[in-house]
Design a protein around this ligand. Structure first.
Ligand code: SF4
Length: 333
């Protein structure tokens, strides 16, 4: 189901008005339900801290895809955004996959459709299509390779050098990958609204005010931010960098949810969220990710909806480039 279809299915929202237990009791009920239903709770690092804390498995896109593929639970409660839950269904179709809020979307996934990508490829005949996992099933089905920010460089380096590459949908990640792999790429014009919002000037000011701090950034950020950064890496790479690096202060240019796990892994380190352009809003929070709440998580477990459903032919087509990705990046943790 695409996000557009999901929005049309909003009669489902009636269950969201059902009563939910409060605080401690809410956690107890979630624990009871997940046991009773043999459900596994998978959560992305960009979820709120309480959801991260209650998850059975916490990870980035690659780690979560693997966890979804390998789980023996009957139900996967996916605390992330729609394309991630959809990827879990593609990889493990016999499981019931539910997402706390069906409207938890992604600006990158919205930026590219399967049909659009097919037309784009037709304008660049002979190219292979490498697509970031942040896209819907229809877009995956039109792709030759799916990548995450953890494995993109490694996968692209395995594509024969004489192949022309189309990279979709994130132009910032594509620009970065083109630089680090030395491969020319034809880029789709999509952005992550969270990473796109970081301000070069304000972060430069933060660095001046914190001369001992190291700027670390996710490659969905713009090139000017990445050029200024001491380290660029995927969500899990940023986590291990903060844990292992000798510096004590880091300015972190990625979605703020990651700070929860960073503080746990590196409690003595001083972590400063990088500033977005807009001084009046918390733009480094992804409002799609933050649509999920503990109450919605409880309701999704209890009523087993909203469920991710998908046409089987589409699922099989989308599975091909995802399996290729998992095979080509087996050695990445
Ligand atoms: S942080 Fe950006 S890429 Fe991630 S889900 Fe939100 S909009 Fe999409």
């Amino acid at each position: 189901m695409t996000l557009e279809q999901a929005q049309k299915a909003l009669p489902l929202k009636g269950y969201l008005d059902m009563p939910t237990p409060k605080s401690e009791e809410l956690i107890q009920e979630i624990n009871r339900l997940r046991k009773e239903k043999n459900a596994v709770i998978l959560a992305h690092y960009y979820q709120t801290g309480d959801i991260q804390d209650i998850a059975d498995f916490l990870g980035d896109s690659l780690q979560l895809a693997r966890a979804a593929q390998n789980t023996e639970a009957d139900m996967i409660l996916f605390c992330g955004v729609h394309f991630m839950a959809e990827a879990a269904k593609i990889l493990n179709p016999t499981k019931k996959v539910v997402l706390p809020d069906l409207l938890a979307g992604c600006s990158l996934a919205d930026a590219c459709s399967g049909e659009g990508l097919r037309e784009f490829r037709a304008k660049h005949p002979g190219s292979v299509v490498v697509t970031y996992i942040n896209c819907d099933a229809g877009t995956k089905a039109e792709s030759d390779y799916i990548v995450t920010s953890s494995n993109a460089k490694q996968i692209i380096s395995q594509i024969p050098e004489d192949e022309k590459i189309i990279f979709a949908p994130d132009k910032n990640l594509g620009t970065y990958l083109s630089k680090v792999t030395g491969r020319e790429m034809i880029l789709w014009d999509g952005v992550c609204i969270v990473h796109e919002a970081f301000s070069f000037e304000r972060i430069a000011q933060q660095l001046m005010e914190n001369p001992n701090a190291k700027l670390i950034a996710h490659p969905e950020s713009e090139a000017a931010i990445l050029d200024m950064a001491e380290f660029v890496g995927s969500t899990s790479a940023l986590l291990s960098y903060v844990e292992k690096d000798e510096a004590n202060t880091f300015i972190v240019a990625t979605e703020e949810g990651i700070l929860h796990e960073m503080r746990k892994r590196a409690p003595s380190k001083h972590l400063i969220p990088a500033f977005p352009e807009d001084e009046t809003c918390a733009c480094s929070e992804c409002f799609y990710m933050k649509r999920n709440t503990m109450e919605k998580l409880y309701l999704a477990l209890k009523y087993e909806q909203p469920e991710i459903l998908m046409d089987e032919a589409l699922r099989k087509q989308a599975l091909i480039p995802i399996e290729r990705m998992l095979e080509m990046s087996k050695n990445i943790k």
